[in-house]
Design a protein around this ligand. Structure first.
Ligand code: ZN
Ligand code: ZN
Length: 326
């Protein structure tokens, strides 16, 4: 409880760029923004926490919708290259609690208020509402930080699941991180620089890191950055812990070696039996083989492990809709 209060009052500083207000570009350069638990400050723009109606992250973008003092809907979006998770978590802290109260009131109106349960995500501290009508499951999905956490004791799981979620690039359950892609070259002795930041898993970064290393060979200046990113990809592969071999499995799946990928996933599931995220990747593999029956069964199993796992729910309803049409 104490941790939550401290977190709520913390002042979070972050760098943003390409700030759009209602689709109009208002600031392109890098600027420092702050969030202090009651409001978000972006240059001259101040957004009160209590006015925020939705928060969404996509890759390294942060999107916010709010109702201003005149009750007018406003939308702002920006790129946050670093600390996106920290600022999103800080905004989610209060937002998830306001949403929880609203959902609780709505459930009360429907006469199911007594079935509501609350849980707090151990990784981002957001408050999540689930209904008693769902059967008990060993895992809970936090739709704020998009992580899954296991509520029963599993050897070595600890905080591991904090870093695992769907990779925005390959849409597989993995460990996405921020990487910098940069190219430096000379035109008539003038150094040209082109760099950007991407959020993806190790495996998606591999070809990018090699491309960057080769692309920077003529320029030399870009080599330290290219080699650092290449080193991060190989050094920080998932070599131990309950998800050991997950990136290898995902790589095999992308290469079309589905059987070998499924073998790799089975090894992880043996060690960590409650693993909705890994089962989700298994379903992707089965679908790649055209096996819709077993893919559906696997997604059902993922939802038995993690009752509110949104990616599995979405894939399952897509499969059901396609079956209904056929
Ligand atoms: Zn969370
Ligand atoms: Zn990926």
């Amino acid at each position: 409880m104490q941790t939550n209060l401290v977190k709520n009052n913390q002042r979070v500083k972050f760098a943003y760029r390409d700030l759009y207000l209602n689709d109009a570009l208002v600031h392109q350069e890098i600027e420092i923004g702050t969030h202090n638990g009651t409001h978000l400050k972006l240059g001259n723009l101040e957004i009160l926490d209590r006015e925020i109606r939705n928060v969404r992250t996509s890759g390294n973008e942060l999107h916010l919708g709010w109702q201003d003092a005149q009750d007018q809907p406003q939308v702002v979006s920006m790129i946050v290259d670093r600390e996106l998770r920290t600022v999103a978590d800080a905004i989610h802290y209060g937002y998830s609690r306001r949403l929880f109260e609203q959902q609780l009131a709505e459930a009360g109106d429907k006469g199911i208020g007594n079935q509501c349960r609350d849980s707090v995500c151990p990784f981002c501290q957001a408050k999540i509402l689930t209904l008693d009508e769902y059967p008990w499951a060993p895992q809970v999905y936090c739709h704020f930080c998009e992580s899954i956490h296991t509520t029963v004791a599993v050897d070595g799981i600890g905080q591991t699941e904090k870093d695992y979620r769907i990779c925005p690039k390959c849409t597989m359950y993995s460990r996405p991180r921020q990487f910098t892609i940069g190219y430096f070259w000379f035109v008539w002795f003038h150094a040209q620089v082109n760099h950007r930041s991407i959020l993806c898993c190790n495996d998606c970064m591999r070809p990018e890191a090699w491309k960057m290393t080769l692309g920077n060979l003529p320029g030399v200046l870009g080599m330290p950055l290219a080699l650092t990113q290449l080193l991060r990809v190989y050094r920080d592969a998932i070599k131990k812990g309950p998800f050991q071999g997950l990136d290898k499995g995902n790589r095999l799946l992308k290469r079309g070696q589905v059987e070998k990928a499924l073998e790799q996933y089975s090894k992880i599931i043996e060690k960590h039996p409650f693993s909705a995220g890994v089962l989700y990747n298994v379903a992707i593999g089965l679908l790649a083989q055209g096996d819709r029956v077993h893919a559906t069964e696997t997604l059902d199993m993922a939802l038995q492990n993690c009752v509110n796992y949104a990616p599995a729910e979405r894939m399952l309803s897509k499969l059901q809709a396609e079956r209904d049409v056929a």
